[in-house]
Each structure stands twice: as C-alpha cells, then as structure tokens.
Design a protein around this ligand. Sequence first.
Ligand SMILES: [Zn+2]
Length: 127
Amino acid sequence: MNKLKNKLYQFMAGRYGADSLNNALTYLALFLCVVQLFIKNPILSLFILVILIYVNYRMFSKNIVARRIENDKYQRFIKPYQLKWKYRKTHKVFRCKQCQQIIRVPKGKGTIEVTCPKCKAKITKRT
Ligand SMILES: [Zn+2]
C-alpha cells in the first residue's frame, strides 16, 4: 500500500492537480451526465467527454503557471456571480464599467449614485 502511495506521489510531483476551475468543470460534467439520463444526445455525450478530457489534461499538466493563469481568469469571471448569490437578499453586486472593480450596494435604496472606490467613476444604479 505504501509503495503504491509513493508511486502516486512520484507521478503527481510537479503536476498541477486540482483547483476551483477543475472542480467546477467536474460538477458541470456531473450535472450534464444527469441531464443525459433524460435527453439522449450524442453531442451532449461528446461535450461531457471533452470536459472530462480537459479536466484530466489540466490536472496532470506540468505547466503550472499556465494552469494558474486559467484558474485566475475563471475566478475573476465567477467572483461577481458568487457575491451576487451570497448577498442576493441584502445587496446588489455589479462591476464598475470603467475599471471592472466589483461594487456592492445595499438593496431597497431606490436609484442611487455610487462612486467607484477604485477609479472614482460615478455610476447610477437602481437598488
Ligand atoms: Zn471603477
């Protein structure tokens, strides 16, 4: 058992492993597998296969820098949606159109003018 563990460690040394993008893609593939039970579509099957191949390619990749950049891009993309969901009951979350800064304002204040904390741009928003 220990020998197998060592072999696995050796194999994974210098390889990228799991990250949040891979986790999200795995969940997407799982979700599509469930969809596949109801809608039998060869294109969907192919799409699931492509996702899983990509997840494995990323996991075993030795180009760690490139994989980190991909994950950073993914996280930058997904963060406002995560915050929107987290604060959905109390706040409105949006991006500044000039500098992409994520801004959060309390809901139910009517139409307000917000000043971006990063670039000082004025944004009018209904909350
Ligand atoms: Zn801004």
